[in-house]
Write a protein that binds this ligand. Structure first.
Ligand code: PMP
Length: 285
């Protein structure tokens, strides 16, 4: 079955779907995006993703290409046409096509692309495999809270991680503190047993999975702290993991090759992954 993509009002074959060469997303990465998980045919944390999309658009003064209600219909139609039961849906909104000029065009028609992709169904044992991360200098801009398609710094760091045989790279600011991963948020269980993740500010993308983990932690009486933590603290931690829409809760076993704790999947990481699995199931029942 060939994949179908939505591009500016049309459902097209994914292989040949295209946008104009003067789309500002292509020329300036002047656009935003969201990725939403589909579990057993249901969109996971849809409301949170839509709230963040609204915020990203507002921060950049990009107009909605269609109404939020129409976008919801398009998302579901792309999923239906691609017959996805488990996977992700991706949407990207740019400031659209305009003669190349850095300043915003006086009027713009935002461009909308929606695609969907099939993944294997969520499997706790498969997800509960540990990975390695590297640390790398934070070279990105100061508005990481906006989910923009401006991801070159993220791509460079992810490539560095892959070349090191690792899953993810954690960005480190000049003060030694970790911000987040290239496509995930960073968490540790400190040497004292505190569950810690960086506080939400312009320094990180406020992950929807991050927020859901906090919700399930609260529901299960697990305390956590939102604060900065350093590479040194992370290397002394009992456990570490990353969180994202596609990684869920992914245990981290090594940082720059050094084992975290005893170098095996930590009990709290496994517990939070299981709780997150339940959180997804509750939405897909
Ligand atoms: N930080 C960055 C830089 C990301 O790209 C992502 C994934 N989009 C995340 C964090 C995690 O966000 P979410 O849980 O919403 O997928």
């Amino acid at each position: 079955m060939s994949r179908i993509a939505y591009v500016n009002g049309q459902y097209e074959h994914h292989l040949t779907a295209a946008v104009h060469i003067e789309d500002r997303g292509y020329q300036f990465s002047d656009g935003v995006y969201e990725v939403i998980a589909i579990h057993r045919g249901k969109l996971i944390d849809m409301a949170g993703h839509m709230t963040r999309l609204t915020r990203s658009l507002d921060e950049l003064e990009i107009a909605w290409p269609v109404s939020p209600r129409a976008l919801d219909v398009i998302i579901r139609e792309v999923i239906r046409r691609n017959r996805i039961r488990d996977g992700i849906v991706y949407m990207q909104i740019t400031r659209g096509v305009a003669p190349r000029n850095h300043a915003f065009p006086p009027h713009h028609n935002s461009a909308l692309v929606v695609t969907a992709k099939r993944f294997p169904p969520f499997d706790f044992d498969a997800a509960n495999k540990g990975v390695g991360v590297i640390t790398t200098p934070e070279i990105r801009w100061q508005r990481r809270d906006i989910k923009t398609v401006s991801l070159l710094g993220n791509c460079l760091a992810k490539e560095q991680a892959i070349r090191a045989g690792c899953y993810e790279a954690w960005f480190v600011e000049d003060d030694g503190n970790i911000t987040e991963g290239t496509s995930s948020n960073a968490w540790i269980v400190s040497a004292d047993g505190d569950l810690v993740t960086r506080d939400a500010s312009n320094a990180i993308l406020n992950g929807i999975t991050r927020l859901s983990i906090m919700k399930v932690a609260r529901e299960h009486g697990i305390e956590f702290t939102e604060r900065a933590f350093s590479v040194d603290e992370a290397k002394m931690a009992r456990e570490a993991f990353v969180s994202s829409t596609t990684s869920f809760v992914k245990p981290v076993l090594t940082i720059d090759g050094d084992p975290v704790g005893d170098g095996t999947v930590g009990p709290l990481s496994a517990k939070l992954l299981a709780f997150f699995g339940e959180h997804m199931k509750a939405q897909s029942a």
